[in-house]
Design a protein around this ligand. Structure first.
Ligand SMILES: Nc1ncnc2c1ncn2[C@@H]1O[C@H](COP(=O)(O)OP(=O)(O)OP(=O)(O)O)[C@@H](O)[C@H]1O
Length: 265
């Protein structure tokens, strides 16, 4: 079997069953390189969260997943969680902890570091994400968007090799959605990590991700650079809608939806 490459995520033959029902069908993707943000796109129920959880090792899956040169199946739970930081679709209920404490707890969960070091690194991450002023606020008193940002800080402070973000924009207003995507893009490049995220807003995904993976019914439909694979044909196949693709003056793609494609068309 081929060696895993050090700076990428490789997914080969990923399948997931829930009971006797197969919901992910042998998904094999082209390697996803570090420093790039990939958006995982597809309709409701197409298997996006299942894919993310399978890659994170949170759902029993068949197939081979390699990250940063390591076969994830061969790692212990703790080591795998440190390497692959997963932010779930719905964040757990907020506890009555200060933000800085919550980030420090995340830092110390995977690795034995001193409180002093955890404090310094947690403070740095909050500053980098532009939320240093939230440090002494309580988690259960934050808005949805602020909690989403703290969740990102908790993921990044563990210095993962990969970020898996399941709908990180769902609780956010328009400005915050772009702010979070900009932070994710910047940190992905700066830390040279693999980032995979699920986003429902196609236009935000197309404007801020480098690459896209389109899936439907638990199967891969297309994968590649945003501009290369996003076509009306692919969007029709994935979402069942008729679209036009425009390119704005800044060279970014924008999808206009004209209507749905009737089943017998
Ligand atoms: N724990 C579970 N047990 C049984 N079936 C499940 C479970 N979780 C998801 N499914 C089913 O697996 C399929 C894929 O679900 P999944 O949540 O991965 O889709 P999704 O693309 O993330 O959807 P959405 O965009 O609505 O969040 C769906 O048919 C769903 O009903």
């Amino acid at each position: 079997m081929e060696e895993c490459q050090t700076n990428q995520l490789e997914v080969n033959g990923l399948s997931v069953h829930y009971g006797r029902r197969k919901v992910l069908h042998d998904m094999t993707l082209a390697p996803m390189r570090a420093g790039r943000v990939t958006a995982l796109l597809g309709p409701n129920g197409s298997g996006k969260s299942t894919f993310m959880r399978g890659v994170a090792g949170l759902t029993r899956a068949e197939g081979r997943i390699c990250l940063a040169g390591q076969d994830l199946a061969k790692l212990g739970v703790g080591e795998r969680a440190r390497l692959a930081a997963y932010l779930p679709q719905s964040l757990p209920p907020a506890v009555h902890l200060q933000v800085i404490e919550a980030v420090m707890v995340a830092r110390r969960a995977g690795e034995a570091v001193s409180a002093e070091m955890a404090l310094r690194e947690s403070t740095d991450v909050l500053e980098e994400l532009g939320i240093g002023k939230l440090a002494l606020r309580y988690m259960d008193e934050l808005s949805g968007g602020q909690r989403q940002m703290v969740g990102l800080a908790q993921a990044l402070v563990r210095r993962p090799a990969m970020l898996l973000l399941d709908e990180p924009l769902s609780a956010l207003d328009l400005r915050y959605q772009f702010a979070v995507m900009d932070v994710v893009r910047r940190e992905t490049r700066k830390r040279n990590i693999v980032t995979l995220l699920v986003v429902h807003d196609l236009n935000i995904a197309l404007q801020r991700a480098h690459d896209v993976v389109y899936m439907r019914d638990g199967q891969l439909v297309a994968q590649g650079g945003v501009m290369a694979v996003t076509t009306p044909e692919v969007l029709g196949k994935v979402y069942g809608v008729q679209t036009r693709l425009e390119v704005c003056p800044r060279g970014l793609p924008h999808v206009l939806v004209d209507g749905i494609i009737e089943e017998n068309e």
